[in-house]
Design a protein around this ligand. Structure first.
Ligand code: GLN
Length: 453
């Protein structure tokens, strides 16, 4: 099959089926067909890479040149970036064909894809079910077989939790592995790009293309990029797996716990050893995150002022009126809640009590992991507390929604890489097995994931 045929067929399938899922915000028909033709020429001249000509989708948080990039917000409804994010640039260079931009929680704030200005996304596993968030559109598009892979971002769980709820493989690399240049910022010290795919092998192929140093992101690490497909078939005999006591407490639904333990028993059958470990500050991850992430978001989102780009109110009376109405109209409820919390936490008189304290807790959480990795190679546990839940179930209760990420947030605070892979079924719905690795140990995570699949 030529990439041109494959891309045409992919676009037609999305147009015919996506009204059920709402997983795309923007289709890139013309651009996609042009890059497919280019890919076919490359293939004909023998210059193809593994991704050349393969259709995929970008989460709508990655700036794509001449292609609308909304970040799920009314604020950026009319934003057409004049430049590419590094992630978009690199996948372009690898010859992959971007067919469109996927739906997401507004500015990546949410765990159910219900905060998007473009409406909720439906999980292909059930009519009224959420796909998880914030990368819910990417997850639904892959789960519905509209595309084989999609980019995503993870600030507190936004790749892994949707992967779990949609039965996919989600990879959040080490902080600094992939450039954040051109990726619209939510919480800069936590945000990291990654992948949503069906298999670990597909994740490895995408990571090969996406990873690497970029002088335009000062937190991006100058470190060689190995071929992540190389170690996929390594034997995992002797792999030391740690199970944190805190991830299997009485708060975890016993049916979930049983299924996660069953998945881990499969690793023992493959020759891995399992020991119990402790991450004693785990219970502080969600509270620390909900100070740090809103604080950083309140600073990052101050750039949306109705002047430089994005939504601008009609007939502003003066500068204050312009700021006030542009931001009031452009941002949704959850985004406003985060800006208010963050501004409060950073304000003089509260800074030491909240932000500084949260940063100290963050260090303790990181030290827990560093100690654990002296004894084990990977850490395993559930990805999320439950399988996919019904749309509307948690929208009136922000704190309950925030608890969706109770198992994923600590790795972002520590900057560690982590994956969610399909770990079995609970109530006829997929659940995720989370695998957390040491810094820059993505290869080992992908190997462990591949051996399980
Ligand atoms: N659900 C978390 C939040 O709303 C994490 C989101 C994310 O990882 N982008 O902040």
């Amino acid at each position: 099959t030529s990439s041109e045929e494959l891309t045409r067929e992919t676009l037609d399938r999305i147009k015919a089926q996506d009204s059920r899922y709402n997983s795309f915000i923007t289709l890139a028909e013309e651009q996609a067909m042009a890059s497919a033709r280019q890919a076919d020429e490359q293939r004909a001249s023998g210059k193809a890479s593994a991704l050349t000509g393969v259709p995929f989708a970008h989460k709508d948080i990655f700036c794509t040149r001449d292609l609308r990039t909304t970040c799920g917000s009314r604020m950026l409804d009319n934003f057409v970036p004049p430049y590419n994010s590094t992630v978009a640039e690199k996948l372009d260079e690898a010859g992959a064909v971007c067919v469109g931009k996927t739906n997401m929680d507004e500015f990546a704030m949410g765990s159910s894809n219900e905060t998007s200005y473009y409406g909720p996304v439906t999980n292909p596993w059930g009519d009224k079910l959420v796909p998880g968030g914030s990368s819910g559109g990417s997850a639904a598009a892959v789960a519905a077989r509209l595309v084989a892979g999609a980019t995503a971002t993870d600030t507190g769980g936004s790749i892994r939790q949707p992967a779990a709820l949609c039965g996919l493989t989600g990879l959040k690399p080490t902080y600094g592995r992939i450039s954040r240049y051109g990726m619209i910022a939510f919480a800069s010290s936590l945000d990291q790009a990654g992948t949503l795919t069906r298999t670990a092998e597909d994740s490895a192929l995408m990571l090969n293309a996406m990873a690497g140093f970029d002088p335009r992101d000062s937190t991006c690490m100058d470190r060689a990029v190995p071929d992540y497909t190389e170690g996929l078939n390594n034997d995992i005999k002797g792999l030391r797996i740690g199970l944190p006591t805190e991830f299997f407490s009485d708060d975890l639904d016993p049916v979930m716990a049983q299924q996660v333990r069953e998945a881990i028993r499969e690793y023992e059958r493959l020759g891995a050893t399992v020991t119990e470990i402790s991450l004693p500050h785990s219970h502080l991850a969600v509270p620390a995150y909900y100070v740090i992430a809103p604080a950083e978001c309140s600073a990052n989102l101050s750039r949306f002022d109705g002047v430089r780009y994005g939504h601008r109110c009609e007939n502003p009376q003066d500068l204050n009126d312009l700021y006030l109405r542009s931001r009031s109209e452009g941002f949704g409820e959850e985004v406003k809640r985060r800006i208010l919390v963050g501004t409060y936490a950073l304000s003089a008189g509260f800074f030491d009590a909240y932000y500084l304290k949260a940063q100290k807790v963050r260090r303790l959480i990181q030290q827990d992991f560093i100690q654990a990795f002296e004894k084990v190679d990977v850490i395993m546990g559930p990805t999320s507390p439950s399988p996919a839940f019904a749309q509307g179930d948690k929208t009136d209760d922000p704190v309950n929604m925030y608890l969706e990420d109770v198992f994923t947030i600590s790795t972002n605070l520590a900057g560690l890489p982590a994956m969610s892979i399909p770990g079995g079924m609970v109530n006829n719905l997929p659940i995720g097995l989370q695998i957390i690795g040491n810094y820059f140990d993505e290869g080992r995570l992908l190997n462990a994931a591949h051996q399980f699949q």
